[in-house]
Design a protein. Structure first.
Lengths: 801, 168
C-alpha cells in the first residue's frame, strides 16, 4: 500500500537539504552539556579500579569536607532510595538476570563500575573530591574472558548461580542432523568479534531535578528513548510516570549506545533529591570507555552443509555472547539477534542454532547499531565464501543460487523473521555491474602485475527494520512495545506542527518527517515544523529511536495522520468554497476545485475557520481545530537489504589493510531523501570498517581495559575511510504505509564480513581465511605467515592476541 | 553558577585574563587550571565549541587562536590571555552562513553536528592556507578530527565544494 502516490509527491524522493543544519553549522545546537539550569550543581563518579572485588569499606569523610562539595553518596545511600537497574529484553526463557544498583553496594564486577559519586559547585571540584574518597577492596578471582568464564573450575561472578552461564536457547528448523549427514560438503569455522562500542562523539549526560515537594522529576537526558527512560525512571525511583518529564536536547550521535538506560541518570536523580538542587552529570571520555554499553563481543562456532552444486542444506552452531558483570538494559539481546539472522538472505531449510549468554568481569553489554546482526552476517557471508572456495564456485554464483526468488516473498527465514519483499539477485547484479563500471577488476589485475595485493570483497546483508509488531516483540521477550505515535496539528494560520516521540540524533528525522507531512497534506515543506524530545508535549513511541524504525514507523504514522487531516481540511475548504470536498484538490497549500483556477482558499483560511472565526465557515458537524493522532503498530517488520563491495590493498610485509574504494547497492523500499539515505549507509559502513580493522576494547587477564582512550581505541579517520558510491533499488515494504523500510543499520551489518572477504581475495594465492575481528596488522601478518609455512608450525592466530 | 563557583574558588589563586573571541573582548578571573574550552563554554557562553575527548584526539574543540588551529581542551585559558580567537559562532555573518557552512549544508557534511564545529575550524585554516586543495590533502588535513556519523566522504566533498565557491 502506498498512500503518497508518486505523482502527488513534491518532496519525497528528493535530495532536500536538512532543516536541522543551519543552527548546527552556526554553533547554535544545544547538546546536553550546553544546557544550564538555574541553581545547577555538577557531579562526578568514582569507579572501581578492579575487575572483581568485595568492597570492605568506603570512607567519604575527607571528600565531604572539601569546600564546594554538596554531597557524596555510596551504593548503600543510593540503594536506600532507588531500585536496581532495569533489564527489558528476556529472549531466553528461565535466563538468570544479573542486576546491580547504579552504584555498587558490596561487590564490584567490572573495571569502571561506579562505586561512589560526588556533587559539587562544578566538575573541577567534584573531581578533586573523588580523589579524597578511600575505598577498601578485597580482590576476588577474575573471570577475564569467555574461556575463563566457561572453564570447569571457573570462579563465579554470582555465588548463587551454578556457573557463569546466564542462559541458553536453541532454535531448530527442519532436520539439521540429517542435512549434515547427507551433505557433500561441510564447512565450519570459529569466528571471533572483539569488544567495541558505538562511541558517539558526544559522551552521555543528564541533568536531573528531583523536586521532593512537588514529587516531580525533571530530566534532560541524552537518550534515544525518552519514553522508555521515563518508564524506567519511574520503576527505579518509584515516582509515577506522569510526574517525570524527560527532555532530549540535540544528540551528538547515539548509535544504540544512547538507547540503553544507565546508572548515571539514577545517580544524578538521587543526588538531586538529597541536595535539593538540579544535578548535571556528564560522562567524560574516559568514563565512556567503561560506562557506556560495550557490544559486539562474541564467539560464533558455526558450520554449513552444502550439496556439490552449492545448494545450502543446513546451518548449525552456537553464538556465545560475552556479557559483562551485570546485564545491561537489553540483556543478551544482541547475541540472540545474531542467531536470528545467521542464515541471512539465504534459503536454509535445516537449522540448529543456539545462543549462549555468559557473564564475565567486563563492562555490561548493550546496544550498538546493528545489534547482533553484523555477527549473523559474519556467519553466513564468511561460510558461504569459504564453501565457494571449497566447491570451486564463483562467489556471486553461490549466493545467487541460494536467494529466495522475488515471488517467494514474504519469505520465512526459518527462525523468527519473515522477510517482506525483495529482489536479492537483482541487487547483487547491480553491485557486480558497478564494480566493473568503476574498473576495480582492472585495477586489481594491474596491481597484481606489479606485485601488489588488491582484493575485492562482497557482503550481502539483510536488515530487519521497522521494529516492530508490539505483541510479537512481547512474545519474544521484550518488556516494551514497538508501535509509534504521532500528532499532526495545523494551527490557526494554516501552518503545521508534527509531534513525534522519535529522537533526532543526527539521522535527519525532522527533515524527512517534514517532507512526508508536506506531501501528505499538499502544503509547502517550509510550512511544517517537527517537534521531538519532550515527553510532556510529544507522543509515546514504543521502544525508542533504534531498530531502524524512525523512518518506516514514524513515517507511516505521519502519512496515515496527514491523510485524515487533509480530508478534514478539504471538508472545511468545501464549506468556504461552497463545493463538495470530493471535487477539491490541494496543492502548495492552495485548495481549489479540480480543473478550475478561478476560486480558491488557502490553508490559512482553513486554519482561521477552524480556530478563530468559525461562524458560517466551520461545518457544524466538525469538531473545531485541525489535529490528527495516529498510532502505527506494524503487522510485520520491513527487511531492507544490500550488496556491498570493497576494494582493498593488503601489505604482505606489515599486515596493514588499506581501503581503496567502496560501493553499495541497496534497497530500503521507498527512499524519502536519497542524500540522507546515503549518509546513513556511509556512516554505518565507516563504523563497521573501523570495527573490522581498528577498534577493540582489549581486556587483559586481570580484567583491566587496556584501550581506554582514543590513543589506544582507534576510531577510523578520514585517512582510513574510502570514498563511497551508493545505488538504490526501491522495492516497497508491503506492510508499511508509504512502502518505507529502515536504513539506519545497513552499513554496520554489511561492513565487517566485507573486509574479510576483500582481504581473503587479496591473499587468495595463499588461501588465507580471516575469522577474527578486528583484523589488526599483527593478526593478519600471523595469518600470512601461517599460510606460507607448509608444515603448520606457524603461530596460531591466538598467539597474536 | 558563577557566584557559586566564586564561593569555592575564593581560596584558589586566580589570574585575570582578557581574550578577544569573535571580535568581543572578555575579561575574567580564571583559575590557571581551567581549559580554554571550559572558558569559552562557561565564561563566554559560547557552547558551539564541543568537548568530545578532552585528551586532544577528537578535534571537536578546535578553535583558531591568532589564526592558527588549536585544541581548546589542551590549551589553558591563561595561555590565551591577550589572544584573538575565532570559534564556530564567529563564522556566520548575521544569519547568513559563510560559504564553508553552506557547502556543508548542501553536501550533507554533517549528521549529529557534534564534530562539525571542529571540522569547520580546521577546514577554515586549511582553505586560508591552500585555496585549491585536492581530496587527498583535505583528508590529510581533517585526519585530526574524528567524525562518527558521516564516514567523512561527504565532509571531504563539502570542503572541496567550499574551496570552489570561495575561489569564485
Amino acid at each position: 500500500m502506498t498512500i503518497v502516490e508518486p505523482d502527488r509527491t513534491t518532496y519525497t524522493g528528493t535530495r532536500v537539504r536538512r532543516t536541522e543544519d543551519p543552527r548546527l553549522l552556526a554553533g547554535r545546537g544545544q547538546y546536553v552539556d550546553d544546557v544550564t539550569v538555574p541553581k545547577m550543581i555538577e557531579a562526578a563518579v568514582l569507579r572501581s579500579p578492579l575487575a572483581h572485588a568485595r568492597i570492605t569499606g568506603i570512607d567519604v569523610s575527607r571528600a565531604r569536607e572539601l569546600p564546594g562539595v554538596f554531597d557524596v553518596i555510596t551504593g548503600r545511600d543510593l540503594a536506600a532510595v532507588a531500585g536496581e537497574q532495569p533489564v527489558i529484553w528476556f529472549p531466553i526463557p528461565d535466563q538468570r538476570i544479573a542486576r546491580t544498583h547504579a552504584l555498587a553496594v558490596d561487590r564490584v564486577r567490572w573495571v569502571g563500575q561506579a562505586v561512589a559519586a560526588v556533587v559539587a559547585v562544578n566538575r573541577y571540584v567534584a573531581e578533586d573530591a573523588l580523589e579524597l574518597i578511600e575505598v577498601d577492596y578485597e580482590p576476588l578471582p577474575v573471570v577475564a574472558d569467555l574461556d575463563a568464564a566457561l572453564a570447569p573450575d571457573a570462579p563465579k561472578l554470582y555465588d548463587d548461580w551454578p556457573d557463569n552461564v546466564s542462559g541458553s536457547l536453541t532454535y531448530t528448523a527442519g532436520d539439521a542432523e540429517a542435512a549434515f549427514a547427507e551433505a557433500d560438503v561441510v564447512v565450519r569455522e570459529r569466528f571471533t568479534h572483539g569488544r567495541a562500542f558505538g562511541c558517539p562523539l558526544e559522551p552521555r549526560g543528564c541533568i536531573v531535578e528531583w523536586d521532593d515537594f512537588a514529587g516531580t522529576v525533571d530530566v534532560h537526558l541524552s537518550t534515544q528513548s525518552p519514553n522508555l527512560a521515563r518508564d524506567l525512571l519511574s520503576e527505579v525511583l518509584g515516582v509515577p510516570v506522569h510526574k517525570i518529564r524527560v527532555r532530549t536536547p540535540n544528540l551528538g550521535g547515539g548509535f544504540g549506545n544512547k538507547f540503553d538506560f544507565y546508572g548515571e541518570e539514577v545517580i544524578a536523580a538521587v543526588l538531586s533529591r538529597r541536595t535539593g538542587r538540579p544535578v548535571k552529570l556528564i560522562e567524560d571520555r574516559l568514563d565512556s570507555f567503561v560506562a557506556t554499553s560495550h557490544s559486539r563481543d562474541q564467539r560464533l562456532d558455526f558450520e554449513m552443509a552444502l550439496r556439490n552444486d552449492g545448494t545450502i542444506l543446513g546451518l548449525r552452531g552456537i553464538s556465545y555472547g560475552v556479557l559483562g558483570g551485570a546485564l545491561g538494559t537489553v540483556g543478551a539481546g544482541p547475541p540472540w539477534a545474531s542467531v536470528l539472522t545467521c542464515m541471512g538472505p539465504y534459503k536454509i531449510p535445516n537449522l540448529d542454532v543456539t545462543v549462549k549468554a555468559v557473564v564475565t568481569n567486563r563492562s555490561p553489554y548493550g546496544s550498538y547499531r546493528g545489534w547482533g546482526v553484523p555477527k549473523g552476517n559474519i556467519v553466513h557471508e564468511r561460510l558461504i565464501e569459504i564453501a565457494a572456495r571449497e566447491l570451486g564456485m564463483d562467489r556471486a554464483a553461490i549466493r545467487r543460487k541460494n536467494f529466495p526468488a522475488p515471488e517467494e516473498f514474504p519469505f520465512f527465514s526459518g527462525v523468527a523473521f519473515t522477510y517482506d519483499s525483495g529482489d536479492y539477485a537483482a541487487c547483487l547484479d547491480l553491485a557486480m555491474t558497478k564494480v566493473d563500471e568503476l574498473g576495480w577488476r582492472n585495477r586489481q589485475t594491474a596491481a597484481r602485475a606489479e606485485g601488489r595485493s588488491l582484493g575485492i570483497g562482497y557482503s550481502f546483508h539483510v536488515e530487519p527494520s521497522a521494529y516492530g509488531p508490539s505483541r510479537i516483540l512481547n512474545l519474544v521477550g521484550l518488556a516494551h512495545s514497538g508501535f509509534d505515535e504521532v500528532t499532526v496539528r495545523m494551527d490557526s494560520i494554516g501552518k503545521v506542527t508534527v509531534y513525534s516521540g522519535q529522537i533526532n540524533m543526527g539521522q535527519g528525522t525532522h527533515t524527512i518527517y517534514a517532507q512526508l507531512a508536506a506531501d501528505g497534506l499538499g502544503i509547502p515543506m517550509e510550512d511544517v515544523v517537527v517537534v521531538t524530545g519532550d515527553t510532556d508535549s510529544c507522543p509515546y513511541t514504543g521502544y525508542g529511536t533504534g531498530g531502524s524504525r524512525a523512518a518506516p514507523l514514524g513515517g507511516a504514522a505521519i502519512l496515515r495522520a496527514t491523510e485524515r487531516l487533509q480530508a478534514k481540511i478539504l471538508r472545511v475548504a468545501a464549506e468556504l468554497l461552497e463545493a463538495s470536498p470530493d471535487d477539491l484538490q490541494i496543492e502548495k497549500g492552495v485548495i481549489s476545485v479540480k480543473g478550475t483556477t478561478s476560486r480558491s482558499v488557502t490553508t490559512r483560511d482553513v486554519g482561521d475557520a477552524a480556530y478563530r472565526r468559525l461562524l458560517n465557515k466551520m461545518p457544524e458537524s466538525e469538531m473545531p481545530t485541525l489535529e490528527e493522532v495516529d498510532v502505527f503498530d506494524p503487522p510485520n517488520m520491513a527487511t531492507s537489504y544490500g550488496c556491498t563491495a570493497l576494494l582493498v590493498e593488503v601489505d604482505r610485509g606489515t599486515g596493514a589493510v588499506t581501503l581503496l574504494d567502496c560501493l553499495q547497492a541497496h534497497d530500503c523500499g521507498t527512499v524519502i531523501n536519497p542524500m540522507l539515505v546515503d549518509g546513513q549507509l556511509a556512516g554505518g559502513l565507516a563504523q563497521a570498517l573501523g570495527g573490522a580493522l581498528l577498534e577493540e576494547l582489549v581486556y587483559d587477564e586481570e580484567g583491566q581495559l587496556r584501550t581506554a582512550s582514543f590513543m589506544d581505541y582507534l576510531l577510523p579517520t578520514a585517512m582510513e575511510i574510502p570514498p563511497f558510491h551508493f545505488f538504490h533499488q526501491e522495492t516497497p515494504a508491503p506492510d508499511i504505509p508509504g512502502g518505507i523500510k529502515g536504513v539506519g543499520e545497513a552499513g554496520t551489518i554489511a561492513g565487517v564480513s566485507l573486509v574479510a572477504s576483500a582481504v581473503d581475495d587479496a591473499l587468495s594465492d595463499l588461501g588465507v581465511t580471516v575469522t577474527r575481528f578486528p583484523i589488526t596488522p599483527p593478526r593478519l601478518l600471523d595469518l600470512i605467515q601461517a599460510a606460507r609455512t607448509p608444515t603448520g608450525q606457524a603461530h596460531t592466530e591466538e598467539d597474536a592476541r | 553558577m558563577t557566584e557559586l563557583a566564586s564561593e569555592s574558588t575564593a581560596q584558589r589563586d586566580t589570574l585575570s585574563i582578557t581574550v578577544t573571541v569573535n571580535g568581543h573582548a572578555y575579561t575574567a578571573d580564571c583559575e590557571p587550571r581551567v581549559t580554554l574550552a571550559d572558558f569559552l563554554r562557561h565564561t563566554c557562553g559560547l557552547t558551539g565549541t564541543h568537548l568530545g575527548c578532552e585528551h586532544g584526539v577528537c578535534g571537536a574543540c578546535t578553535v583558531l587562536v591568532d589564526g592558527r588551529s588549536a585544541r581548546a581542551c589542551l590549551t589553558l585559558a591563561v595561555q590565551a590571555d591577550g589572544a584573538t580567537i575565532t570559534t564556530v559562532e564567529g563564522l556566520a555573518t548575521g544569519n547568513t552562513l559563510n560559504p564553508l557552512q553552506e557547502a556543508f549544508w548542501d553536501n550533507h557534511g554533517l549528521q549529529c553536528g557534534f564534530c562539525t564545529p571542529g571540522m569547520l575550524m580546521t577546514a577554515t585554516e586549511l582553505l586560508a592556507d591552500n585555496p585549491d586543495p585536492d581530496a587527498a590533502e583535505v583528508r590529510e588535513c581533517l585526519s585530526g578530527n574524528l567524525c562518527r556519523c558521516t564516514g567523512y566522504d561527504s565532509i571531504v566533498r563539502s570542503v572541496l565544494d567550499a574551496a570552489r565557491r570561495m575561489r569564485g
